[in-house]
Design a protein around this ligand. Structure first.
Ligand SMILES: C[S@@+](CC[C@H](N)C(=O)[O-])C[C@H]1O[C@@H](n2cnc3c(N)ncnc32)[C@H](O)[C@@H]1O
Length: 271
């Protein structure tokens, strides 16, 4: 184990944890098993499988893809290379969304660009009375999101393939949420640590704002009066996105910071 974690030290800030998760995965056991049975020898098949995963992880390949799953909110979500790995920062969007619909009975919610289904499914477990529509352009991503709904026994989310609002029928929503692609097309990160994740989930034109502009421009006609739109974005877009919201006619547009004090989430109210 020590050797494996040393091998990962140059690519991962959590080398020991990564190695433990990967060995647990090969054994089909939780991490706690490794501590309880630390003297036990692993058989040669398990060792081979473990070595192969460590080698792949050394090429920066994400642990979540190797495990095939990622925790988000209270859920265990299946992830493959077809979906973005849900990030802990996105839980801020879920928390804020729950506040915005706190006093609305049976709210209708739209999650644009649902990926693994993370946001829609987290809202669905917290608000079983909500009716949630989750969309994505990627048919493969939608397949994973639907599977995650099934695996978590969630029944109040429906799924639709759509290029943003293209196939969404007018049914004014009480809340629209989105974590859209927002990275500049020439951002070097796209070729480095996030290169294994789907590019269509990450990059959005020269400024990183192409998709956010489209969403903000089209959203108002899909929203009831006095309801909110919440958009996750890059840490350096905290002034631009509220500005775009104001231009699109939203009121009270503002950005809030995530737990790392980064500008992460902007919101605007339809008047
Ligand atoms: C940053 S990922 C977010 C995934 C998920 N909501 C999350 O927070 O983990 C953006 C998602 O938007 C989807 N997407 C990209 N372009 C789109 C478009 N034109 N219409 C609908 N969805 C799109 C991608 O397929 C991807 O699943």
């Amino acid at each position: 184990m020590e050797g494996a974690s040393q091998q990962l030290a140059s690519v991962s800030e959590s080398a020991q944890l990564d190695a433990e998760l990967l060995l647990g995965h090969c054994l089909g056991k939780p991490r706690s098993y490794l501590y309880a049975w630390s003297d036990k020898q692993v058989d040669s098949n398990t060792l081979q499988a473990f070595k192969a995963l460590i080698k792949k992880r050394q090429s920066d390949y994400p642990v979540a893809y190797l495990l095939g799953k990622q925790g988000f909110w209270s859920l265990d979500l299946k992830v493959t290379e077809d979906v973005l790995i849900p990030r802990p920062e996105t839980e801020l969007l879920v928390e804020t969304a729950l506040e915005k619909i706190h006093s609305i009975k049976a709210p209708k919610i739209l999650d644009l660009g649902t990926g693994s289904g993370a946001i829609a499914l987290a809202l669905a477990v917290e608000r079983p009375d909500a009716k949630i529509l989750a969309s994505d352009y990627s048919v493969k991503a939608l397949g994973i999101a639907e599977e995650n709904a099934r695996l978590n026994s969630i029944h109040n989310v429906s799924f639709i393939q759509s290029n943003w609002f293209e196939t969404i029928t007018l049914q004014p929503f009480d809340l629209i949420v989105s974590n859209p692609p927002y990275i500049r097309a020439n951002d070097p990160h796209l070729k480095q640590e996030i290169r294994h994740e789907p590019q269509q989930a990450l990059a959005s034109g020269k400024t990183g704002l192409d998709d956010i502009r489209i969403i903000l421009h089209q959203a108002p006609i899909y929203m009831k009066k006095n309801t909110w739109i919440l958009i996750e974005h890059g840490y350096d877009q905290g002034e631009l996105v509220p500005e775009l919201m104001l231009q699109a006619g939203f009121l009270q547009a503002r950005c809030i910071k995530d737990y790392n004090a980064n500008n992460r989430l902007s919101m605007g109210k339809k008047g």
